[in-house]
Write a new protein. Sequence first.
Length: 424
Amino acid sequence: MDRYSLKNILEKEPCGTIERYRVEKGLSDKFGPDAVKVYLLIDGKTPAEEVMRKADLAEQKFVEIMTYMEEKGIVKTEEKRGVLTDAMAKIAPPQPLKEEVAPIPMLKTEETGSEKVSALEALIEKTKPPEKPGESKPEEKPAQAAQEQPKPAPVLRTPLEKKLYEKFGDEGLDAYFMIDEFKTPKDILRETKMSEEQLIRILEFMNNEGIIRLEKPQEAMEKPILKAPAPQVQQKPEKPVAAPQPPKPVGKPVPQPIAKVAFNKDEIYIPTISPLNLLTKLRIEADLLKRYGNDCVKAFSMMNGKRTNVKIIKDTKINPAKLDDAMTFLAEKGVMKLQPLTPESIKELYGEEGSGIYGKYRRDGILLYELIDKKATLKDIVKISGIEPRLAVEIFSFIHKVLGLEIPLDTELLYKQLGVKPQK
């Protein structure tokens, strides 16, 4: 590109998520973040001169960057079309993009059962009373001691983890465990120190196997995490108005907010706040603060179509009943959409174990299952969940059974720690 081509319209060559990451990495390595900014500003509508102005670059630097992108087949203009590289064509077929946004994180589609197993074992160990001083265990006979030599603990992995380990070893598991709602491939590369080629092979394998979902940027911004049909609100058809009669000056019909709500506290939802202007958003936040407190305002900011209500409870430690009230309030105001998870979505997100737990105890079961970690105590988990202690012990026992733990669970001790009497 020369200075006389600045009036031309610039357009990116379409490419997949992984190839897009390669392009941005190459631009950043060669020219720095300014080149990535230029790349993100190219939308197929804006002239090169306007892109240069928005990027706040000198003409010489901008022309140098654009010349490089044209030579590499990254962009095309009205006069000169770029050519996709063999690698780009191999990764993904050309698909037109409506708009470009920054790289999105990858979304894990299954929780790791082995993590829950080790976390629940740690929790059970915490519930055991400490040994009294001076109390010693009876000596074992030599023959018995020889028979009861401790066996190395087996490494517990889900079928997906086993498949990853067999194909890529520890690097495959490291990449899988690091995937969350925020990390990008670049973050994983930096933290694992593995080669870029190896990471791309791992990501492509997980994408093909359905372990992760590499979505297109605009689809990720427009759709929630899981593919499930959004609840439709049935509205009564309006009565036809006779042509000769002018409409009565009654103004716009007032919507009935309660008709929009089909909230069930036993279900798991993905809440999404509708686009709001600044004034409306501030008013709603003020209402939430007055009615429910600051933790509900924080939860409100997380209702972006990428988290379930269980995830919001886990991250904010908000009381579930309070969040239920706040979500009902927002839905009745017509500013929030509630998308319930289907049984297939539950299985996809929480695995076989989570699906079984949800089938018996619904949201309460998944909430306790998600709150289990190596740092939490039994009292902390039950307090955050808001679940009645006796029911919580029952759910813990069921989770213990589903995960197939060898370590025994003393339910009477759990009742005692929670300050309730055992069920008769």
